[in-house]
Write a protein that binds this ligand. Structure first.
Ligand code: 5AD
Ligand code: SF4
Length: 478
């Protein structure tokens, strides 16, 4: 479909060709420098989008001639792909980078690099420049595809390399990918965010929303299916606004439907959905397409309409519930709901927090991702009065997690004795001879089984629901 167009700028073929040439140059530099293939260690923080970016970083490094290690003190190239969503994640990065000072002194030829959302904030890049002189290379979220050129400069020049352009963002296609998992794959369908929720740094560091064309998504999806991936998760900060920038317009529901009609035995997941853009059409598509998992990750953040407004979320508690109830009506017990919640948004009162608790009671989510509000420099919420103490917020937080633990337990118990078609995605944690599988919703069931089952669908009966995972057993015939 050659007529597909995008309003967003795409990285040109010529530019990608230049990067390929730099990739070869890096290859020559490292092969003359080291007798064996040097090892790279890529450390990823934060969301699945970052995981997907790291898979592209590793793909490019592999082409350049690097091997990989999980052990940073064995590596000649250490890259931290950072997250800026909460302060805690940033503190961990500073701590981990700081601990490499001695390693760099003893191994001056090693390259230490930082990239990702944190680096896109000026005050952070400045701090790295001033206080972490042993960091050789810093690059922002919009120039990941330029890694070959930037690494070449870092390896051959005398100066430290800082490349953090402030821009709306581009799309680079055709970057090699080295995937972390042989069984499940991440597939970014769009980048950036336009929502500017008042607490969130993401729109400032990831740029404006831009969709990959439907052809590019479908082609990568087909390739994944051909390679044997059976669980593919479509990624975006707000997948429901996929395609708004494409000409002709493609909706997320249309994309999902088209992917689910492709040949092959696979399951599609997606995240994250924003309630303000979540349509009934999308919920109907989930319900009607067998290959789309019946799992809806729909963050509501707060149960109070006043707080939702202050968060700039553009929906009410009632509208959120309407969507959830519609999804439950169409998908029944099979549906798994998960959500994100922020506790202690500036100015939130205990009464308002209790509205979050009551919404949690009503939704009956499988699990929740709960966070204490963390001020992010440059966002409107960071300027708001925040009178509630950290101690008080921690108490509320505990109240919320205790409640959800009880609900998760009740939800899990409902599945006892039921058999589900599950996708076995990796090793289990309950015991050494267990593998882990996921059902069509989002339930994780572990069972005794050989690692050769990883990457296959199996029917698993739930034996014992635990808090976050179930123990099950394989059923040969359903
Ligand atoms: N403080 C706490 N949590 C946050 N999130 C985003 N920004 C912040 C912040 N400043 C949470 C939201 C979002 C999830 C990815 O991280 O719940 O959905
Ligand atoms: Fe942040 Fe809101 Fe965008 Fe999610 S939708 S990335 S919370 S601004």
């Amino acid at each position: 479909m050659g007529a597909e167009k995008r309003k967003t700028e795409t990285v040109s073929r010529e530019e990608l060709e230049i990067q390929k040439q730099f990739s070869q140059k890096v290859g020559s530099v490292i092969s003359s420098k080291y007798a064996e293939k040097p090892k790279a260690c890529v450390i990823t923080y934060g969301c699945q989008q970052n995981v997907a970016d790291s898979e592209r970083i590793k793909g490019m490094l592999e082409v350049m001639g690097y091997d990989f290690t999980e052990e940073r003190l064995e590596a000649k190239l250490i890259i931290f792909n950072t997250c800026a969503v909460r302060e805690h994640a940033e503190d961990r990065v500073f701590g981990n980078v700081g601990s490499l000072k001695k390693y760099k002194r003893e191994n001056p030829d090693a390259v230490i690099a930082l990239c990702g959302c944190m680096m896109q904030q000026k005050h952070i890049a400045d701090k790295i420049k001033q206080s972490y002189p042993f960091v050789d290379l810093v690059f922002g979220t919009h120039v990941v595809h330029c890694l070959p050129e930037l690494l070449y400069k870092a390896l051959t020049g005398r100066k430290r390399v800082f490349e953090i352009p402030d821009m709306d963002g581009v799309i680079a296609e055709g970057i090699p990918v080295k995937r972390d998992n042989d069984a499940k794959a991440w597939l970014p369908i769009m980048y950036g965010c336009n929502n500017f929720c008042s607490y969130c740094i993401v729109p400032y560091v990831r740029g404006r929303e831009r969709s990959r064309t439907k052809d590019d998504v479908v082609n990568e999806f087909k390739q994944l299916v051909a390679e044997g991936y059976k669980e593919i998760t479509l990624l975006g900060q707000n997948v429901n606004s996929y395609g708004k920038d494409l000409i002709p317009r493609v909706t997320f529901a249309e994309l999902l439907k088209e992917l689910s009609e492709l040949d092959g035995d696979f399951r599609i997941r997606f995240m994250t959905s924003h309630p303000k853009d979540c349509t009934k059409e999308l919920i109907e598509t989930m319900a009607n397409c067998d290959k789309v998992a019946q799992h809806l990750h729909l963050p509501f953040q707060s149960g109070s309409n006043r707080v939702l407004k202050a968060m700039n979320r553009h929906y009410t508690r009632e509208q959120y519930l309407e969507l959830i109830n519609y999804a439950k009506e169409l998908m029944g017990d099979e549906l798994s709901i998960t959500s994100d919640i922020i506790v202690g948004f500036p100015g939130e009162t205990y009464e308002e927090f209790k509205e979050t608790l009551s919404l949690v009671e009503e939704i009956k989510a499988t699990s929740l991702f709960t966070f204490i509000y963390s001020p992010r420099k440059g966002t409107p919420a960071a300027e708001m009065d925040d009178p509630v103490s950290a101690e008080e917020k921690s108490k509320w937080f505990k109240e919320l997690t205790d409640l959800q633990e009880k609900i998760s337990g009740e939800q899990m118990a409902l599945h006892k004795g039921k058999t589900y078609k599950c996708y076995v995605y990796g090793k289990g944690k309950l015991s050494d001879n267990y593998v882990a599988a996921r059902n069509d919703g989002n339930l994780i069931i572990e069972f005794e089984g050989d690692e050769s089952l990883i990457g296959t669908f199996q029917n698993i009966k739930v034996i014992e629901p635990l808090t976050f995972v179930m123990r099950g057993e394989i059923v040969k015939e359903k």
